[in-house]
Design a binder for this molecule. Sequence first.
Ligand code: 13P
Length: 247
Amino acid sequence: MARKTLVAANHKMNGTLQSVKEICQNLNNAQLDPNVETVVAPPAIYLLAARETLKKEIAVAAQNVFDKPNGAFTGETSAHQLKDASVDWAILGHSERRTILGETDETVASKTKYATDNGISVIWCCGESLEQREAGKTLEVIAAQLAALKKEVSDWSKIVIAYEPIWAIGTGKVATKEQAQEVHASIRKWLKDNVSQQASDETRILYGGSVSEKNCKELAQEADIDGFLVGGASLKPAFVDIINCKK
Ligand code: 13P
């Protein structure tokens, strides 16, 4: 089964009600490649506005979701509330949440299990620091992150993996296509060896980290790169060119 390309916008903590609506309207009006699944993750406060503005073919993602049912969890959002608001996706395990908010591999795995068990598709992020890459530990770090996820999750059908090397995020220093492909291929092999041939064949693996309309075409040609998780460039009109990178 061919994997459908997926391109997701991670707005992070940026934007205003007006700018989010404008971004959504621009996407509605653009000619988007019908062979690409597009997902938009605005800040939590703008999720409803994004869902109301975007046409139904474009999905909306939260940037976080908690691993408990509704209840006394101040400041958190549940998977059930996302479903109620027609928000079908969540990004989990982004390196900014891991490093700044202190989320562990175990927390991220638990949230991913709870979300996927309750009908939310997850863009699960992994990636190494510059120090880890320079120490030759990239594949080991990613394998450990995946192993923590596997301890919790048995159904991988609602998981999309995003490989985001920390040194490439927001730095303008994109991974080369060889660097990205090497890690993506190793993730696919890990899925084959540790989960199943089906998970290896069907799980989409996105690249994230300084993706732009200029570098996306080259990256998209690599065999194991199935799309992108885009930060800064997703706030600009050029995001459309990234969605259309294979057109
Ligand atoms: P940039 O595209 O701004 O480097 O951000 C990448 C990212 O963190 C997406 O989740």
